[in-house]
Ligand binder design. Structure first.
Ligand code: PXG
Length: 464
């Protein structure tokens, strides 16, 4: 099946009617959007019939790959059985219950934390709004209503709603929305390549970077801090992987001051880092875990929060009615698709695959990028990779923003049939977890080709 469509017609209707997310509308209308028409396995096709290897899994979503009939069948069956019913007013539905129990069984206990409860939404952003509501309610119920401040990190991405964007540390987003909303504050991110001091080891830097949390807690006042929120590794910010010493030190600090820890795993859960959840990879103990995206492999919107025993106990035992929820909380079709998706992941042992041989092969092939003259540092974790493109490898000299090196590299990727994301001067990938060794080889061939062509163009412009 090849779905070639009238590209010009779709593009003109797109310009006329569709305001895209995170888009300069005028700029897009002048060039026309790329129209993606179908997908299978690890590939997508555009309206001109061009086949593109999708090394971003859609947008960190499609962990089981495209074209999975089991997911379509689950949606079809559930739509014919019960397409929708709300979970307000003391009602429930079978897939929502089964999924909550399944997620609880997959989320491992760590130390004194266990996860038996789920609060559902339809996206990562909504889930983080729910986190703000639950965290504040928790401290109110414990008689500490002054604990309102949530600490996050610069360059973090936690969504695009008012609370999500406030928790996020993207200055461009804050500038356009009078954000952050009150009582949200940020610390610097643990980006060793960028801000590690000369002579400082990454382990030393990790401890120093975690120390910024303690400094902030003391500056705000320990009795006013409600929670710290972070992604296990920063995804949309450019795949910033923390040094090994970072998370243990963060854990020590949140424990010392008794503040809640929110692990935003919208990208890092469901096998992405070689475990069901990202906190397992880094060995910390969150109180709340945000999920979305790959819970359904992106086939249908679903998000939520795994609510750990510490918070759940207080909300359940002492909370009375919690005045928060969404029309689509526990949507039966989304939950049925999620169950089918998790069943595929279990059957094909995708987290174990990423943790084992195939993940090791990916890591080894990705690390080879460090030999490329343009690459300052290429690091991976599970099935996520990020590299920084530099002018000079020896002294780590970076490109200017105007050089738009990431965009140049991205255009060579598209030109040669590869989707790799650019975040400033960083290039990032998060491929589907179903990749074989041969798929990884093909992806690496395309990445090297894009880097070589980028280097050629930069040389021609006298920039390297
Ligand atoms: N938290 C994290 C860690 C995310 O990565 C969200 C929350 C928000 O989820 P929703 O479903 O509301 O979009 C995300 C989303 C990118 C990119 O460019 C990444 C995301 C969204 C859009 C673009 O890498 N992540």
């Amino acid at each position: 099946m090849n779905t070639v469509v009238d590209t010009a017609l779709i593009q003109s209707l797109d310009t006329a009617h569709f305001l895209h997310p995170f888009t300069d509308f005028k700029d897009l209308s002048s060039r026309g959007a790329r129209v993606i028409t179908r997908a299978e396995g690890i590939y997508v096709w555009d309206s001109e019939g061009k086949k593109i290897l999708d090394a971003m899994s859609g947008l960190w979503c499609v962990n089981v790959g495209y074209g999975r009939k089991e997911l379509a069948d689950a949606a079809h069956h559930q739509m014919m059985t019960l397409p929708y019913y709300n979970s307000f007013f003391q009602t429930t539905n079978v897939p929502a219950v089964q999924l909550a129990a399944k997620l609880a069984s997959l989320a491992p206990s760590v130390g004194d934390r266990s996860f038996q409860h789920v609060f559902y939404s339809s996206s990562g952003s909504e889930s983080n709004d729910s986190n703000v509501r639950m965290v504040r309610r928790y401290w109110d119920l414990l008689g500490q209503p002054q604990r309102k401040v949530i600490i996050s990190r610069k360059n973090a991405y936690h969504g695009s709603t008012m609370a999500g964007a406030s928790l996020g540390g993207m200055s461009g987003m804050h500038a356009q929305g009078d954000l952050p909303i009150p009582n949200i504050t940020h610390i610097e991110q643990p980006y060793y390549f960028d801000i590690g001091k000369p002579g400082e080891t990454s382990d030393e830097f990790g401890v120093r970077a975690a120390g910024w949390l303690e400094e902030k807690i003391l500056a705000v006042g320990p009795d006013k801090v409600a929670a710290f929120i972070a992604e296990p590794l920063q995804g949309a910010g450019g795949v910033i992987i923390p040094p090994a010493t970072y998370w243990p030190e963060i854990q020590r600090i949140v424990d010392k001051y008794g503040i809640l820890l929110i692990s935003d795993e919208v990208i890092c859960a469901f096998g992405r880092l070689g475990h069901w959840f990202g906190y397992e990879k880094f060995g910390y103990k969150p109180d709340l875990v945000t999920f979305a995206k790959a819970v359904t492999s992106g086939y249908i919107p679903l998000g939520g929060v795994m609510v750990g025993n510490r918070v759940a106990k207080v909300l359940i035992e002492q909370g009375g009615e919690f005045n928060h929820g969404y029309t689509y909380s526990g949507h039966p079709v989304a939950c049925a698709v999620a169950l089918a998706n998790l069943a595929i992941m279990e059957k094909e042992e995708l987290p174990q695959k990423v943790h084992g041989d195939i993940g090791a092969y990916f890591a080894q092939r990705y690390a080879e990028l460090n030999d490329h003259p343009l690459v300052g540092s290429a690091e991976s974790c599970g099935f996520v990779g990020g590299m920084v493109l530099v002018k000079n490898k020896k002294n780590k000299e970076r490109f200017q923003e105007d050089d738009a090196v990431g965009m140049l590299c991205r255009s060579h990727c598209f030109g040669n049939g590869l989707i790799m994301r650019a975040v400033g001067d960083r290039m990032i990938i998060a491929p589907p977890l179903v990749m074989t060794r041969a798929d990884i080889d093909e992806m690496m061939r395309l990445i090297h080709l894009a880097l070589d062509l980028t280097n050629r163009d930069l040389k021609a412009r006298g920039l390297v």
